[in-house]
Design a protein around this ligand. Sequence first.
Ligand SMILES: [Cu+2]
Length: 332
Amino acid sequence: MQGLQSSHGINSRHGLSKAHTSHGLTAKAGHHGHDHDRPDSYGPIGVMGSHVHQAGTWMASYRFMYMDMRGNRDGTRHVSTGEVLNDFMVSPTNMQVEKHVFGAMYSLTDDLTVMAMFPYIRKSMRHVNRMGVRFTTRSDGIGDFKLMPLYAFFRKGGHSLHLNAGLSLPTGSIHKSDDTPTGPDQRLPYPMQLGSGTFDLLPGVTYLGQTESWSWGVQPMGTIRLGENSNDYTLGNRFNITAWGSRVWTDWLSTSVRIDGQVWRNIRGDDPKLNPRMVPTADPDRRAGERVDVLLGANLYAPEGRLKGNMLSVEGGFPVYQSLDGPQLETD
Ligand SMILES: [Cu+2]
């Protein structure tokens, strides 16, 4: 089965002209022996670990995600660059994140599927300082490798439940640096790093329901950081809950609507190479937030022919609520 993910986001605050866009491609390949071949079988592409597989089947996927943040926010209020520069030497103005995620799933039994995800990440952040000097910093490399066994423990009629028992490994760098007006090769602030630097647990549970032409699901999931990383800090824990509904239109097309809520905490400890008075992104106490997104998606499935079993999925969204412990760059 093959998929492509593309996501588009619309800036809900500033309108379409300053549209934040997220683009993604997900390719999933190599499926066989599947009996629930329908376009909504795997849920919206943005949901991690949304489904289990039948014994002995596998799936490979490639997913591309793009995220754009523009402007700063404190609480639910927009803050101008000038206001940020009253308190800090430097203000970030915008940030782009590109993620390429290579994934594989294999089902050992009908109840137990193992999933692995390997991300490659590119980030760039633009800034302006009090002297009016603009500069951009960049980082790229592999992110945190994730393993997630999925265990189905309930099936009845059109309903099922499975556990998501994820583990994130600290393979992404927390030592990224770049040149800034302060000097060459400066340690980059927290959001420009590629990993958490800690082993993280990703516990969750997924409920799925299905009728002939509809399907739906609910998935709460946490991110629990274990210990402290080698740069003396721990990223904040996260909690995420998402719910969706999908409509099957034909044997090759389904569309979905999803709502996603997340809460994340501040950083404990701090990286001694960062100065929290220089720029808000270097302040461990200005990282927390909460956000609710609405996402629209479509799954295109090839039920027969040369591409049989392949899937192409797109999903994109925009925030309908966002409150940040800022000033912090806001998602548009
Ligand atoms: Cu799969």
